[in-house]
Design a protein around this ligand. Structure first.
Ligand code: HEM
Length: 214
C-alpha cells in the first residue's frame, strides 16, 4: 500500500492521476453535451431525456460521487503540480530564461481550469440545485437562465475555456498514460482538437440558440 501512496507523491504519479480523472471528465462532458443537445429538439425532448436520466437513480448516484471525488483529486493534483512548476521555474530562470516543456497550452491550464471550476459552482447552483415543480420544470429553469444575456456571455466564456483546456488536456493525458507513440501522436493531437471544437461549439450554441428562440 505504501508504494501506492508513494507513487502519487511523485510528479509522474500526480500526472497519472490528472490523466485518469481527466479521462473520466471527457466521458462525462461527451454524455452531458449529447443529452443537452436535446434542447434543440424542444421542451418535450429535453424533459424526456432528463426523466430517463433520473430513472437511472443508482447509476446517477455512483456517477455523481465519482465526479465529485475525481474533481477533488484533479483540482488538488493540478494545484500541487502548478505550485511545484512555479517553484522549479524560479530556480531555472536564474540560469536560463526559458524552461523546457512549457508552451501556451500547458501554461494556460491552471487559468482555464479555474474558470471552469468557478463556472461549475455557478452552474450547479443554477441547474442541479434549482427548485423545480410541475409548473416550473428544469426546462423552464434552463430557458429562463439563458434569457439573460449576462448568463449567455458567462456560458460562452466557459465554453471557450473548456475547449482550450480540453485541447491541451486531451493530448497531455495520452503522454501521461505513456501512450505517446511517435506514430500516433499527430492523430491523437488532431482528435483532441476536433473534440475540443465540438465540445466548445456545442456548449456555446445551446445558450445562444435558446436566447434567440425561446
Ligand atoms: C449549454 C450548456 C449546459 C447546459 C444547458 C447544462 C445543463 C445542465 C442541467 C440541466 C443540469 C442538471 C441536471 C439534473 O439535475 O437534472 C446540469 C448538471 C451538471 N452540469 Fe451542465 N449544462 C451545460 C454545460 C455544462 C458544462 C460546460 C459543464 C462542465 C464543465 C457541465 C457540468 C455539469 C455537472 C458536473 C452537472 C451535475 C451533474 C449531476 O449532478 O448529475 N455542464 N447541467
Amino acid at each position: 500500500m505504501n508504494w501506492f501512496i508513494e507513487t502519487f507523491r511523485t510528479s509522474i504519479g500526480k500526472k497519472l492521476l490528472m490523466a485518469i480523472t481527466g479521462l473520466g471528465f471527457l466521458g462525462f462532458i461527451a454524455m452531458h453535451l449529447m443529452g443537452n443537445l436535446t434542447l434543440f429538439a424542444g421542451r418535450d425532448a429535453f424533459l424526456a431525456y432528463v426523466e430517463a436520466l433520473h430513472g437511472l437513480e443508482a447509476f446517477i448516484l455512483v456517477a455523481e460521487i465519482g465526479l465529485l471525488v475525481f474533481a477533488i483529486i484533479h483540482v488538488f493534483m493540478g494545484l500541487t503540480l502548478y505550485l511545484a512548476n512555479n517553484n522549479a521555474r524560479k530556480v531555472r530562470y536564474a540560469v536560463q530564461k526559458s524552461g523546457g516543456g512549457r508552451n501556451i497550452g500547458s501554461a494556460t491550464m491552471p487559468y482555464t481550469g479555474l474558470v471552469i471550476l468557478l463556472f461549475l459552482i455557478l452552474h450547479l447552483n443554477n441547474f442541479s440545485f434549482a427548485d423545480v415543480s410541475d409548473d416550473r420544470t428544469i426546462y423552464e429553469v434552463v430557458t429562463a437562465t439563458f434569457a439573460s444575456l449576462g448568463y449567455v456571455v458567462i456560458y460562452l466564456v466557459a465554453a471557450v475555456a473548456l475547449a482550450i483546456h480540453i485541447r491541451h488536456g486531451f493530448w497531455s493525458l495520452f503522454q501521461s498514460l505513456g501512450l505517446n507513440h511517435d506514430k500516433y501522436m499527430p492523430a491523437i493531437r488532431k482528435i483532441g482538437i476536433a473534440f475540443a471544437v465540438v465540445v466548445g461549439a456545442g456548449f456555446a450554441l445551446i445558450p445562444i440558440y435558446l436566447n434567440l428562440t425561446v
